[in-house]
Design a binder for this molecule. Structure first.
Ligand SMILES: *Cc1c(COP(=O)(O)O)cnc(C)c1O
Length: 469
């Protein structure tokens, strides 16, 4: 299977190269030239498999010749070993037709673990096979950083530098990163905002000498392997509820469009998905798009669901590529317009097609609190401020005989203040989180300055005897 860039001007890659490269050289995103298709019989054959077995069966369609079967089985098995629930992604019933798939049983209690645990294993496998090491640099406003650290800690081929804005992530989120003391993990608290962190990372990547010298790479949500790993739990839920015989819809609290895009991929692979329902908070660029056909950038606002506080949904570009029938010139034009004018419009036909696959709703903070409370009263479940947006979007969509599975993207204990403001009490803290409150932290505080960051990276790598091979 080959991977092409949405913008059509970067070389075609195989799975290994697409995984290690992340973003394409032409600024586009990699995706497969065609979707692997499973017959009804093949989907039926997946019934009864354990999560690691299922993950192998699905991810194999994307890795093809790049990873031998036995190796992939091992990698997936190791990736799942750090999850705290035997089912890995258990499903609860909230109502007749409403289900909740808990994607928060990984090491950092948010759904990003489901992809980053596997991505860490893939990086280690590919790099050690090549005899290379690489330096991964990223910026986080919370969940991504801890999940990346948990996925990459202790790996011998990877050094990870993770920037977060000093005093602008929650205590729990910071401690989930800074209490990991593995030698290859370097936490940096920047005196600035998340955008400052991201700009510093971009500057490092645009310095090509630096980039090549230290083999910089990224594990952010545009990395194709993360999408591939997320396809697995869509199959898991659909099959548990009767696929391929029975249709199903999914409701997904959405920010960067990475999670829900995996649902679209599952549908293209043959899973009988009726609708993919997008839930957004007041940062509703996607919801406005599905209302009007116009994608328009606005300033980011702070909400109760911080992991969905984004201005641009970068993974949407992959779906847009589908909507323009893989016409990369047309796509390039739309992205240029967006870059220059902060907006583009797709017109009626494309909008109508998009609405067959997706519907979209938004929730204010006030309704977020209210719905956490009413859902708790009706079901006894404490639902975090991201996942509740999925629950509310599902209810707004309605059921029409098709069950809806909400993807619960975080454990409520990660957002104690939001839960307290809704329920008048703090959520129950699982052992994993109460432990880190007393552990030693390691983190370097740096000013908002690229050359200082470069020096820090260089000196850290030198003291680690980089390169290692
Ligand atoms: C990252 C994240 C999201 C948004 O996921 P996208 O793939 O960016 O749409 C939603 N909820 C939580 C808890 C997250 O960490």
């Amino acid at each position: 299977m080959e991977y092409i860039s949405t913008r059509g001007q970067a070389p075609t890659l195989n799975f290994e190269q697409a995984t290690l490269n992340g973003l394409a050289d032409d600024g586009g995103l990699y995706l497969p030239t065609s979707w692997p298709a499973l017959s009804q019989g093949e989907i039926r054959g997946l019934q009864g498999k354990s999560y690691p077995e299922l993950a192998f069966s699905i991810i194999q369609h994307f890795t093809c010749d790049c990873v031998p079967d036995d190796t992939l089985k091992e990698l997936v098995h190791d990736a799942c070993a750090g999850f705290r629930h035997d089912a890995v992604a258990p499903i609860k019933q909230l109502d007749d037709q409403l289900f909740l798939m808990e994607l928060f049983h990984g090491p950092t209690l948010a759904f990003k673990d489901y992809a980053l645990q596997i991505l860490g294993q893939l990086f280690q496998y590919f790099l050690s096979r090549r005899g290379h090491a690489c330096t991964i640099i990223g910026a986080t406003s919370g969940d991504t950083g801890s999940a990346a650290i948990a996925g990459l800690k202790g790996l011998s081929s990877v050094e990870l530098f993770m920037l977060h804005p000093h005093n602008r992530v929650s205590d729990v989120q910071r401690r989930q990163m800074t209490t990991v003391l593995a030698d290859n993990i370097h936490n940096i608290a920047v005196d600035g905002t998340f955008d400052d962190c991201q700009n510093m990372v971009k500057s490092l990547f645009s310095d090509l000498d630096f980039k090549n010298k230290y083999a910089l790479s990224a594990v952010n949500s545009i990395n194709w392997a993360r999408i591939a790993a997320q396809v697995v739990y869509y199959f898991r839920a659909a099959i548990a509820l009767g696929a391929p015989e029975r249709e199903i819809s999914f409701s997904v609290p959405t920010g960067n469009f990475g999670n829900v895009l995996a649902g679209y991929v599952a549908k293209q692979m043959g899973l009988p998905i009726r609708k993919l329902i997008i839930g957004s908070n007041r940062n509703d660029i996607l919801t406005r798009f599905f209302e009007s056909g116009s994608m328009e950038r606005r300033d980011v606002q702070t909400t109760l669901s911080p992991s969905m506080d984004i201005g641009i949904s970068s993974n949407f570009e992959r779906y847009l590529f589908e909507l323009v029938n893989h016409d990369s010139d047309r796509l390039h034009g739309l992205m240029r317009e967006f870059q220059e004018e902060g907006r583009f419009n797709v017109g009626r036909d494309m909008l109508n097609r998009a609405r067959q696959d997706f519907s979209a709703y938004r929730l204010t903070d006030e309704d977020t609190r209210k719905d956490i409370k009413t859902t708790y009263e009706a079901t006894g479940e404490t639902i975090d401020p991201h996942s509740i947006i999925g629950v509310s979007a599902a209810r707004k969509e309605g059921f029409e005989e098709v069950p809806i599975v909400v993807l619960a993207t975080a454990h409520p204990a990660k957002f104690p203040d939001a839960i307290e403001s809704a329920l008048g009490r703090k959520p129950f803290l699982p052992d994993e989180l109460s432990e880190i409150l007393t552990l030693e932290e390691r983190c370097r505080n740096l000013p908002n300055d690229v050359s200082t960051l470069m020096k820090f990276v260089e000196s850290s790598l030198a003291s680690d005897n980089y390169p290692k091979r």
